[in-house]
Write a protein that binds this ligand. Sequence first.
Ligand SMILES: [Zn+2]
Length: 308
Amino acid sequence: MGWEIEGQLPLPSVTLKIMVASLGKLLDTQQLAQAYILSGAQSTDMARQFIQKLFCEPQCGDCGQCQKLTSGNHPDVRWVLPDGKNIKIEQIRNLQHMALYPPIEAPHKVFVIQSAETLSQEAANSLLKILEAPPTFLIFMLLTQRLGDLLPTVVSRCRVVQTGIQNLSEDLERACWGNPAWMQTFTVDDEEPFELNEENLIEAFSQTQLIALYQATQKVFHYARTLPLSQLMKLAAALSKSGRSQLEYLFQGLAYLNHEADTASVSGLELTRQLSQSYGALRSNANAQLLLETCLIKLWKTHHHVQR
Ligand SMILES: [Zn+2]
């Protein structure tokens, strides 16, 4: 039958999922990674806590390890800061050299790279070489406020931890569609949670509670594949009057859910791509109702085609 795809199917941005972990998960020293990226406002604090916990489990503050860490004189920890505007290749070569020798006092050697987004191209490539096969005693921590500016090849070799979000539950992690920015856009723990039921689906998209929006988006995804088309168009018209952020959230969610539901078929991937594009179009102020109708019809058609 031969599927013909011209060029390469562009991967929708929503599928570049960021693994979001909480401080608790990071400090789970039973499941150490060899390279971490700590992203966000609390990355430096979190790196300090992580290293202390790693070197002194109870984080006592009194022992030799703790004291050397506090004074910044621990021989097994190296912090690298940008030299001027960039982190230069010479700095990474230094690390490469130091990586040859096992730790002196602690069970691990830790290299922390502050402002990792400032790694020069050559420095990043040089770093990649160590990340490919690091000695088992070595742990890298890359700190950044701008995760998107890091080379994807570097990111893919690290466990990414979003800081500034503590005790993130699995539900919240899912509700963000892999994009922690939604946690800042919407509220996560209101005293009176919005309860989604059969009648208030439209209302859910006029409020700001992340979990309610998450549930409502799942419901829309379900309806888009099951309702009769005429009813679906009524739903689209009503939903299109929602707030801008809520609509953006809905589109990103539909793309994400479709991606999860159907990654195997070419038509599924193509639909995910179109849904992602609609999210982009909405952000550049395209007509919300028209976009929503088009997307819901496509979801409806794909499902009804599959049924036959
Ligand atoms: Zn201690």
